[in-house]
Design a protein around this ligand. Structure first.
Ligand code: NAP
Ligand code: ZN
Ligand code: ZN
Length: 347
């Protein structure tokens, strides 16, 4: 088994540091990728610090992976050495249940295998993510990446892109939809770009006043500072759809009040504390609150193709691997414009 250089957290309180992992030898259906860039998702931080109480250490985060194919197994049909390729949040699932057959591998009834923090189905151990030099996965879980877009700015599409694209599509956001995007971070900035490209009227709901100009540059028509009573009054009962990307604990009821009747708020942000939502806040106005998890493999490819067609990429700040701990601290202060991406040549 080849040894691969990586960066790992050894406990919830230790900073990430160098570590060596063992990857399996390529199997007949495997695609092996030399990782060139890996995006930094807030879920990486939640996992590294055990915010959700489910982390098994050591953990190598990273599920916004792009790079070049360096080897393919003998049965691989869709990739060849030298191709650009990507891996997102999933590396395996049962492929037999109803959800898998529909291309909704993220909802696999038998449990999907996460790119990191999961367990390989063949019993070979824990999965390790993209803060590493190379990775491999069954070709069914590897995505084709366009060579028309800057590779480092495509990496965040593999999680931030699909996690926002999927609910926008599922709830049929388009021309005439009044959309509120809550939180202008990695997910939020992709949501603004995608919803605008789908023709929706986009309002940015942010707790950071200095992000107004950026929100408008990214495609939002309006900006509402959520701490300003006056600005909030202007959008009370206004939205058809709110996409909540906030990573920290917050009051869902406040944002439900911004929905018009029959409106839906979809949560993709995963704060650690449970939310308390009185039924009354849904009953009056027939409002819905829902959740959405990343997206399946076919939809991820559809999103990548949509982005290539519309010239949509992430706004990125490239960092060296050794700067990851500082990047996490900045992410906690909502100081990211708008996705950190690690240049893996620095590992
Ligand atoms: P991020 O880049 O850190 O952005 C989060 C944004 O939330 C911040 O930029 C900030 O925007 C807002 N925010 C932060 N603290 C806040 C507070 N106390 N009150 C109000 N707003 C606050 O994080 P991300 O990578 O986009 O991830 C966001 C969340 O989605 C995380 O919880 C992550 O684990 C989750 N996630 C879920 C899925 C899924 O499949 N459902 C996939 C990926 C990530 P403003 O400054 O504009 O207010
Ligand atoms: Zn993610
Ligand atoms: Zn399944």
């Amino acid at each position: 088994m080849p040894s691969v250089k990586a960066y790992a957290a050894q406990s919830a309180t230790s900073p990430l540091d160098q570590w060596t992992i063992e990857r399996r030898d390529p199997k007949p259906h495997d695609v092996q990728i030399q990782i060139l860039y890996c995006g930094v998702c807030h879920s990486d931080l939640h996992f590294a610090r055990n915010d959700w109480g489910m982390t098994v250490y050591p953990i190598v985060p990273g599920h916004e992976i792009v790079g070049k194919v360096t080897a393919v197994g003998s049965h691989v049909k869709n990739f060849k050495v030298g191709d650009l390729a990507g891996i997102g949040c999933l590396v395996d699932s049962c492929r037999e249940c109803d959800n898998c057959k529909e291309g909704l591998e993220q909802y696999c009834n038998n449990g999907f295998v996460g790119t990191y923090g999961g367990m390989e189905k063949d019993g070979s151990g824990a999965t390790h993510g993209g803060y590493s030099k190379s990775i491999l996965a069954h070709e069914d879980f590897v995505l084709h990446i366009s060579d028309k877009l800057p590779l480092e700015a495509v990496a965040p599409l593999l999680c931030a892109g699909i996690t926002t694209y999927s609910p926008l599509r599922h709830w049929k956001v388009g021309k005439g939809t009044r959309v509120g995007i809550l939180g202008l971070g990695g997910l939020g900035h992709m949501a603004v770009k995608l919803a605008a490209a789908m023709g929706a009227e986009v309002t940015m709901l942010s707790h950071t006043a200095s992000k107004e100009a950026d929100a408008k540059r990214l495609g939002a028509q309006k900006f509402v500072l959520t701490s300003s009573e006056e600005q909030v009054k202007g959008v009370t009962g206004y939205f058809d759809f709110i996409l909540d990307t906030v990573s920290a604990d917050h009051d869902y009821n406040f944002y439900l009040s911004l929905l018009r009747s029959s409106g839906t708020m979809v949560c993709v942000g995963v704060p650690s504390a449970p939310a308390v939502v009185p039924a009354m806040n849904l009953i009056f106005g027939r409002k819905s609150i829902a959740g959405s998890l990343i997206g399946g493999i076919p939809e991820t490819q559809e999103m990548l193709d949509f982005c290539a067609e519309h010239g949509i990429v992430s706004d990125v700040e490239i960092i060296a691997m050794r700067d990851i701990n500082e990047a996490y601290e900045r992410m906690l202060k909502s100081d990211v414009k708008y996705r950190f991406v690690i240049d893996m040549s620095t590992l």
